[in-house]
Design a protein around this ligand. Sequence first.
Ligand code: NAD
Ligand code: UD1
Length: 315
Amino acid sequence: MQLKGKRVLVTGAAGFIGSHLVDALVNEGCITLGLDDLSNGTLSNLSHHEETSLFSFIKGDIKDEATVMHLARKVDIIFHEAAFVSVPRSVVHPRECHSINVTGTLNVLEAARLLDVQKVVIASSAAVYGDDPTVPKVETMIPMASSPYAASKIAAEAYLHSYHEVHGMDTTALRYFNVYGPRQEASPYSGAISIFRSNILEGKPPVIFGDGGQSRDFIHVQDVVNANLLAATAPEAAGETINIGTGVASTVRDVVEIMLKICGKPELKYKIAPEREGDVRHSLASIEKAKNILGFKPSLPLEIGLKDYLAGEIS
Ligand code: NAD
Ligand code: UD1
């Protein structure tokens, strides 16, 4: 399938990943609708599209069936990024998490079914692998919910798969690993790399929880966007759930040291704080399935990706 000229809907368009996806789709020549309730995203992530005739923004909630139906009527493909994204907040507000991540996804699927949308790609998460220490994570491993957030992503994946099985719909779930890049908000709930960046910019030493030997599969947002474009067009992706990572793990200590070096601030060093409760020691994606089905090849190894992210901050 060719993307040029397609009509697409991006939910969560004003967020970190959704806004980069909008950029890529507009660049591909897609007529792009962006839906977001602005609960966590910001219009400044999309302000460069104010004059773009191919892009329209709609403020609205995926929990509202009528809104989703109205927009699905106008598109060929839906990229569903909108979500309740915080794991710790999901523990405190499980109903809200469920209604956005599960019922919201069901709204997207029902609208897509009723209006014959050709393709639905949804954002899932490595959180579905829970605390299982086995690495690399392979899609055939049994999902384990260690939080309401993880449970909601497992449920959303299950609904997606059922719509493929029962209605023959072309659906794909992408399990993102640790995504980083421009426009990721730095807050206590954000990804480590955005927090380290903000620490360094404030001239403060980044704080490492534990010995820093824990590792993650950090993936640049641009590669996540590319995976979405591939998933939308690869015929064999129908009905599949696919890991999206780089296939390379980096320790948190290495990440901090690379970032300090790139910013020319090695003297800041880093501080050590107690290990975070429940922290997984190692997380790494097997990307064999992404390679075989999508032809996915990560293009930004960590050091290059971090240079891109920190461009402008280099002294
Ligand atoms: P984000 O918070 O920046 O983006 C999510 C967007 O969804 C926000 O703009 C928010 O305002 C919007 N939204 C929330 N509830 C909504 C609702 N009811 N109706 C309409 N819009 C709503 O987060 P992100 O990091 O860009 O995450 C995008 C997707 O990727 C999410 O589904 C998330 O679970 C998934 N994910 C992200 C990561 C990561 O490392 N960032 C890892 C795994 C999975
Ligand atoms: C991420 C998700 C989490 C999800 C998990 C499952 C975020 C913010 N967290 O957690 O919700 O359950 O994936 O795959 O997206 N660290 C520091 N200093 C800091 C911040 C973090 O040392 O200031 C460490 C953490 O202890 C952890 C590592 O950096 O070992 C990565 O942390 P984080 O970015 O929060 O991601 P995950 O722990 O993988």
